[in-house]
Design a protein around this ligand. Sequence first.
Ligand SMILES: NC(=O)c1ccc[n+]([C@@H]2O[C@H](COP(=O)([O-])OP(=O)(O)OC[C@H]3O[C@@H](n4cnc5c(N)ncnc54)[C@H](O)[C@@H]3O)[C@@H](O)[C@H]2O)c1
Length: 337
Amino acid sequence: MLNACIVGFGAIGPTHAQAVAAAEHGQIYAICDCNKERADKGAEQYNCRALYDFDEVLTEDTIQVVHICTPHYLHVDMACRALSAGKHVVLEKPAALNQADLNRLMEAEKTANGTLCINLQNRFNNCIQTLLNTIKTDDSLGALVGVTGTQFWQRDEHYYGKSPWHGRWDTEGGSLLCNQALHLIDLMHVFAGKANAVRTSFSNKALEGVIETEDTSDSLLFFENGVRGVFFGSNAYTTSNSVTLELNFENVQFRYADRTLYKISSNAPAEIICTDQHPVDGKLVWGSGHRLLIDDFYRYLSGKGGSYISLESALPSAKTLLAMYESGKNGGKLVHI
Ligand SMILES: NC(=O)c1ccc[n+]([C@@H]2O[C@H](COP(=O)([O-])OP(=O)(O)OC[C@H]3O[C@@H](n4cnc5c(N)ncnc54)[C@H](O)[C@@H]3O)[C@@H](O)[C@H]2O)c1
């Protein structure tokens, strides 16, 4: 059994803890949070150690896997330090907030003994896995020509009031794009490959004076293989709805919406292919992938099969994200990636 420490026990940390506790090859050894009350609460729940300082995580030899569930601005520093201390790392998204940090993370990963897994759990949703298999095996679809992603969520004053690192450029690095929508932007890349240019606009429509960052954004993405992508999202809606991802192939369209996968062919009613599993931990919009991703990673680390989302595999969407911000901050200019 691999011993895990969850670092950051706020909104998402508990979901990681539940997933590790359920994993065949993992167990919770410690919960670390600089907020003592949170660390103590988690430690009591899992009958494990409470740590209050990340340095203790690094020097504790019993800890083999470190889950980084802290604010964005801490991600790269913590991941690099954990890797150089010989730990395996599960890093919450976004991997990095700027190119220099992304380079630093790539360098740390290259020289590390441990393995770095990026937490993009929506790739494990049943509909996404089914669609990937369908594309691999069905040669009647024709080439992929276009992909759209739309997301309408709700993030209000109350959300930002509870957690002051959100909504600030220096600590969150953005809001809608790098936090809520990154999973969807990543899924667009899972199907369309690498983007080589992007044009993005963003604005703060509903929370002026509350946050510095964007709550609404639209983007045009140019993928290397000629596929065209359109993204639109907003956190200014009343409700957090499930996202929509559409893939247009030459001969057929797939639509992932309402956590259901539809196949839409001309002259035929939309056909339901499958639905996602119901989430067992956390919020509905986070999906059910945490358990699957973490179980798979621990199986991989234990030499029992499994797999993980490497930094290399997360790089296309990570790079596009940085380009989206560069474009948005420069009036929507075309940014090459
Ligand atoms: N994958 C998903 O679906 C998903 C969902 C929600 C959040 N997230 C990601 O998880 C991360 C955390 O987000 P959150 O919403 O849980 O934030 P949060 O503010 O609710 O929790 C962060 C926790 O980290 C702790 N912390 C801060 N600095 C620390 C330090 N130096 N050492 C130890 N603990 C420290 C805070 O006290 C807090 O408890 C972010 O990267 C976010 O994007 C991912």
